[in-house]
Design a protein around this ligand. Structure first.
Ligand code: CTP
Length: 399
């Protein structure tokens, strides 16, 4: 695909640095001009000689090395780059990038380049979760830096959590996507996404809800927005921060969510129903706080509208995607939902599988298609699942 595009691979000092040898090797074997730039710390984790051999190019570390073939080394490399990929990106380089610092060769190249910058954060979970790191990552995203979320798993420091370098395959594929301009492949599309749980009031202080956190819907919204879509997010209450670049409606009840979705439907190309909408609400809302008595309390529930089903009945050109959370007979139950709601794709979630469902960052899903076929996906981060769902929507639209 490439006419010798230049990929600058920035390596910083994290234990995952050794894995990046594979990325460098793959890029070189696929015909790219690979320029490895390492921080001093990175050279403690993997030898520049290894990377020089795999990239077939001298590795750059020193800001003042005069052996290169550019007049001004850091500017020459920054200009030559078609993309700069930083993997692993430590908390330190992320902080330095967020401040606009240029205190070594890699940070200076990043500051000087006009090429897209893709980073793969990887570090100890506590460092990753620290507010300052999260703020820095958000700052970078707002400035257009592309970020591949770390995966979850056992880390070198002995703890288990978020912070693992994503698979090299994922980093490689994202690099190619950016180089081919495919990362903006949803430009021109309007996508309506519902997310989170709804809350159904019993009285002014009490309500019925469920355990959805909104993570899957928010991952879909940020992924779709990153890929160029106009995203209309209708969200129940969540503790999550607003995804960048999306238009957001905050609602509480299923009926509020339904009203907004009905109103927006005509202008959208795709609907993804990731919200865990309460199927029932208390039949009688009490304006006054209910008082307890010695007797049991019976609350009668009324049926809420099924948002997706209603949209399915109005469907014209739109692609409709639903989710199903099941604890038994996954495929059979999910297929019934697909048919009943007139959906094009159903993402079925086995709640009994470890790593799937509510409040975790990963998901294990099966995709069910209208033509009766299905596809099982392995345990992936919610943003990886989001990416695959959006790829699938594009395939359905193109078919
Ligand atoms: N959904 C909706 N409106 C509702 C209920 C669900 O739009 N009132 C959507 C959800 O966003 C999700 C899918 O429909 O995409 C889930 O279907 P549903 O039949 O509600 O699944 P469950 O709630 O798991 O159903 P059940 O409890 O009957 O298994």
């Amino acid at each position: 695909m490439n006419d010798k595009k230049t990929v600058v691979v920035g390596i910083t000092g994290g234990i995952a640095a050794y894995k990046v040898a594979d990325l460098v090797s793959r890029l070189y074997k696929n015909g790219f001009n690979v320029q490895v730039v390492m921080t001093e710390h990175a050279t403690r984790f993997i030898s520049p000689l290894t990377l020089r051999t795999l990239s077939n190019n001298p590795v750059m570390v020193d800001m003042f090395d005069e052996s290169g073939n550019h007049k001004v080394q850091h500017i020459g490399v920054a200009e030559e780059a078609d993309i700069v990929v930083v993997a692993p990106a430590t908390a330190n380089i992320i902080a330095r990038m967020a401040c606009g610092m240029a205190d070594d060769l890699l940070s200076t190249i990043i500051l000087a380049t006009r090429a897209p910058v893709l980073i793969a954060p990887s570090m100890n979970t506590n460092m990753y979760d620290k507010q300052v790191t999260q703020d820095n990552i958000r700052t970078l995203k707002n400035r257009g830096v592309m970020v591949i979320d770390p995966s979850e798993g056992a880390l070198a420091c002995g703890v288990t959590g978020r912070g693992r370098l994503p698979e090299i395959e994922t980093i490689y594929n994202r690099t190619i996507e950016v180089l081919e301009g495919r990362h903006r492949d949803l430009t021109g599309k309007t996508i309506l996404i519902t997310a989170g749980a709804t809350q159904e009031d019993i009285d002014p202080v009490r309500y019925i809800t469920n355990r959805s956190t909104g993570k899957m819907g928010y991952a879909l919204a940020s992924e779709a927005s990153r890929r160029g879509a106009r995203v209309l997010l209708v969200s129940g209450p969540t503790a999550l921060t607003d995804p960048e670049g999306v238009e957001i409606w905050r609602v509480r009840s299923a009926r509020e969510m339904n009203d907004i979705c009905q109103e927006l439907f005509d202008q959208v190309d795709v609907v993804i129903g990731a919200a865990a909408v309460a199927d029932y609400r208390p039949l009688d809302y009490s304006e006054l706080k209910l008082k307890k008595s010695d007797d049991d309390l019976v609350i009668r529930l009324a049926r809420n509208p099924d948002i997706l089903e209603g949209l399915g009945q109005r469907k014209k050109h739109q692609i409709l995607v639903g989710f199903a959370a099941e604890t038994n007979d996954l495929v059979q139950n999910a297929r019934q939902k697909l048919n009943k709601k007139n959906l094009d794709l159903l993402v079925a979630n086995d709640l009994t599988a470890e790593g799937a469902g509510f409040a975790v960052d990963t998901n294990i899903v099966t995709l069910l298609f209208k033509d009766g076929t299905e596809k099982n996906l392995p345990c992936l981060s919610k943003s990886e699942v989001a990416g695959i769902i959006l790829d699938t929507v594009l395939e359905i639209q193109g078919s």
